[in-house]
Design a binder for this molecule. Structure first.
Ligand code: SF4
Length: 458
């Protein structure tokens, strides 16, 4: 970023620019009007004081050379682009700070989470261009299923069948579960969102449970809702509950599923009100991508829509469903016949009280948060990774990335074996006819491959 920054824009002016940019991304009619007469189109927003600078900023954000002079595209030239980037960097710095190792009480979970992220980036090149991608080690669901049944739902959320209501008993259990999560996972537990394959506002007591969350964790978690067009007053109350400072850190996002819904959101809320709210244009006409997972697994996309071939899940760790009182350990994987939602669930267990919950968390970390290669879980080359022998090296290729690794004959044979069939370390040693001592070098090499994301556990 430029050292010299332009002065901050008022929220009303930034909100107006942001709205123009959102219209450009989501609404083809608006985009056409903008393309034929941008000055007139941006003139619809009286708060935008420099229409030409706003025009340039939209060009910079959409990476289209709207201006002939390439120097005009540089960062910081437009106050609107500058403000956009300033806000983006603030959120990024906040998340980096919140996800650092010291905030994980169990360092194995931190390291395993990093390995899962590295593996995803080896398997799918687009994820390497997403520096803000984070895998959350904990996520809560406060309902069972989702009322919205969006046709593109990457998690194929089931029908909404119930909620974890804020009865006095449930509030007590919720506080205990939150405290246990914080005790075992550390302060990182405070980043857990309270939705996954659920719509948070399906639960009529969502806000009550959120304020309990804030009381235990000291933080309001991030909320993404598809009900912005249906419940504006409830959402305004949620915004004021979160407060201006938290709202400035990407605490609230709206999913707009159809063009009429997008337009309705634009009508219901002023640009200034949404200056800090991220709008996710999920309508088919928008430029955003759909994941070919969940309900779209092996389906055709709407005409002109592009896809992303990776999971939309961002949980590598625990998903806790409070309505079913069940905790699962899971990680994102490439969507496949075995895992069409792009979520691999390693294990799931019910809990009756915070005591069981604590035990399950510990047991799942011991068993599945493997930062070292486990003895009893089979290894395999990560899906999409290939291995080719080249004299004394093996060349591993992921999606647009590769790694050349030298090793002795046994290492090369072990890789050959893994190409054919997954196996535990013990099975591999058996197939190679070697013991622990000779196998130590093989183990070390496989460990390095695992940490770099080229190996996976079955
Ligand atoms: S995309 Fe979100 S709101 Fe839509 S069905 Fe899936 S979980 Fe529900």
């Amino acid at each position: 970023m430029n050292e010299k920054r332009l002065p901050l824009l008022p929220a009303s002016e930034y909100g107006a620019f942001k709205r123009a940019w959102e219209n450009y991304g989501a609404d083809p009619t608006w985009r056409e009007r903008f393309s034929s007469d941008p000055v007139k189109c941006l003139g619809d927003f009286p708060e935008i004081s420099d229409v030409y600078a706003a025009f340039k900023a939209i060009g910079m954000l959409s990476r289209r050379p709207f201006t002939e002079n390439a120097a005009h595209q540089r960062q910081g030239f437009s106050p609107y682009y500058d403000e956009y980037m300033r806000r983006y960097e603030k959120v990024r710095a906040y998340l980096e700070e919140r996800f650092r190792e010291e905030r994980f009480a169990d360092k194995r979970l931190f390291r395993w989470n990093e390995i899962a992220l590295r593996r995803a980036r080896v398997q799918h090149g687009e994820l390497r261009n997403t520096p803000t991608l984070l895998y959350y080690p904990l996520m809560f669901e406060l309902s069972e299923g989702c009322s919205q049944q969006c046709p593109f739902c990457g998690l194929a959320a089931g029908r909404h069948v119930g909620d974890f209501l804020a009865t006095p008993e449930h509030r007590q259990l919720w506080r205990e579960i939150l405290a246990a999560s914080r005790e075992i996972l550390g302060d990182i537990a405070g980043e857990a969102a309270c939705y996954f394959a659920t719509e948070p506002l399906d639960n009529p007591d969502y806000e009550v449970l959120l304020s309990e969350f804030a009381a235990v964790m000291g933080n309001y978690p991030q909320t993404t809702t598809a009900l912005a067009a249906g419940e504006p007053e409830r959402i305004r109350a949620l915004m004021s509950m979160m407060g201006r400072e938290r709202m400035g850190l990407a605490a609230l996002r709206f999913s707009a599923r159809t063009l009429p819904e997008f337009r309705r959101i634009m009508e219901l809320y002023s640009p200034e009100e949404l200056a800090d709210v991220e709008i996710i244009p999920n309508n088919p006409e928008s430029g955003s991508l759909y994941s070919l997972s969940g309900r779209l697994y092996k389906k055709n996309l709407p005409p002109g829509k592009r896809n992303k071939g990776y999971s939309i899940s961002c949980v590598a760790g625990f998903r806790v469903n409070m309505a079913r009182q069940a905790v699962a350990f899971m990680e994102p994987v490439l969507p496949s016949d075995e895992s069409p939602t792009g979520v691999q669930i390693r294990a799931e267990r019910n809990f009756a009280a915070a005591g069981d919950y604590r035990k399950i968390l510990r047991e799942f970390i011991d068993r599945y948060a493997a930062d070292r290669l486990p003895e009893d879980l089979p290894l395999m080359l990560a899906p999409t990774v290939t291995a080719r022998e080249e004299e004394r090296y093996v060349l591993f290729r992921g999606h647009g990335v590769s790694l050349r690794m030298g090793g002795n004959l046994y290492f090369r044979q072990a890789v050959r074996q893994l190409r054919e069939k997954p196996g535990t370390l013990g099975e591999l040693y058996g197939r190679l006819g070697i013991g622990e001592v000779v196998g130590a070098d093989v183990r070390q090499k496989l460990q390095a491959l695992y940490e770099k994301g080229y190996l996976a556990l079955v």
